[in-house]
Write a protein that binds this ligand. Structure first.
Ligand code: 2P0
Length: 354
């Protein structure tokens, strides 16, 4: 019989990701299978990321989870799916220095404690389930010695939150929607690593730190049920954009990249407006940022900056290089001076030297 005075822990860190071709709409809510492929860029792990420590000990009498130091419920179907899928794949674990030996079948009886921290203010409205669920699945897989590659793990993370499957890789990542009913082929793959296009600088302009009014999960459900534009988008528009976006990324073609990124963000928000009841994620400040970037890009003849907005009003701005990023920050300060009515907090990601 095993002694029960030991504890084994694993810590992992996972960055969040920003979609440039958006995921919006599920064909299967329980398995989280999307209606179209999506493509994202994973942020540098020094910035918006989740750090998770998972622990196992025979003295734990149930599975528990803490988020930013506060215990939350683990009872949601999504957490339970991830835990079940990982446990089903658990392997033998041996730590000779501690005299610990866990066999595959022991994992059915052992309980885990999970502690997760976001290194960005949750109140900033940037809290994304992507980094959190990806980190949870990855750290549990390490703890339980799950012998699966990242694409198989991405399929498990997907069942925690759709966008989480894309955070298991750095660089540019494609989530393939897949065809199978059970979703085994709905996985993420890396299309270019983090070094491939390192001229790009990402700036997040925090327009509002208010929590969004419509959650992504319920917003998507309403869209799937009511928007005809979504059907056109998923069948006709996104498949072509995915091919073009992959090409643009491979060739580091900023002009095509920016055109596709901005167009896809705008279509995603058009689909939200086409939903009943309509969903408004952007506000007047978001719209002003779009106008400023569009005018600037047109005046230069070639795009300098791409913008994209998710399920909230905050702008994600992707500058073609460091010089443009410095110029962009100047412009944001000019149009949105600190301590004015519209106070914008810009987070510069990826290059602290500007
Ligand atoms: C994306 N978003 O591709 C899109 C663009 C928001 C706008 O993925 O229900 O939190 O957990 O699968 O992943 C946000 O949705 O939704 C999202 P669930 P998720 O990044």
């Amino acid at each position: 019989k095993m002694a029960d005075n030991w504890i084994l822990t694993v810590t992992a860190r996972t960055p969040t990701n920003i979609a440039v071709i958006k995921y919006w709409g599920k064909r299967d809510e329980k398995l989280i299978l999307p209606v179209n492929d999506s493509i994202s860029v994973t942020l540098d792990p020094d910035h918006l990321c989740t750090t998770t420590t998972v622990a196992v000990s025979p003295s734990f009498d149930k599975d528990r989870i803490w988020l930013n130091g506060e215990e939350i419920s683990l009872s949601s179907g999504r957490f339970q799916s991830c835990l079940r899928e990982i446990r089903a794949r658990a392997g033998d674990v041996e730590d000779e220095t501690k005299g610990i030996k866990i066999s595959k079948k022991d994992w059915e009886k052992l309980h885990v404690h999970i502690a997760s921290y976001n290194n960005f203010p949750t109140a900033a409205g940037l809290a994304s389930s992507a980094a959190g669920l990806a980190c949870l699945v990855y750290s549990l897989a390490k703890l339980m010695n799950v012998n699966e590659d990242n694409s198989r793990l991405s399929s498990i993370a997907r069942q925690g939150s759709g966008s989480a499957c894309r955070s298991l890789y750095g660089g540019f990542v494609k989530w393939i929607m897949g065809k199978e009913e059970k979703g085994g082929d709905s996985i993420a793959v890396q299309i270019a690593d983090e070094k491939h296009w390192d001229d790009l600088v990402i700036i997040i302009a925090v327009v509002s730190s208010r929590q969004k009014e419509t959650s992504s999960t319920s917003g998507m459900r309403d869209t799937v049920e009511t928007s005809l534009l979504l059907q056109h988008r998923a069948k006709e528009v996104v498949p072509r954009r995915i091919i073009k976006m992959e090409e643009a990324i491979k060739n580091r073609d900023f002009e095509s990249f920016a055109q596709l990124t901005c167009a896809d963000s705008n279509q995603f928000h058009a689909v939200c407006l086409d939903t009943y009841p309509p969903i408004f994620y952007m506000n007047d400040t978001s719209h002003r940022i779009i106008s400023i970037v569009e005018k600037w890009n047109r005046s230069k003849g070639i795009p300098q900056v791409a913008y994209t907005f998710d399920a909230g009003p905050n702008a994600v701005l992707i500058a073609r290089n460091r010089e443009v990023a410095a110029d962009l920050l100047q412009r944001l300060l000019f149009y949105f001076p600190p301590n004015s009515d519209t106070n914008l907090n810009s987070y510069l990601l990826g290059d602290k030297s500007i």
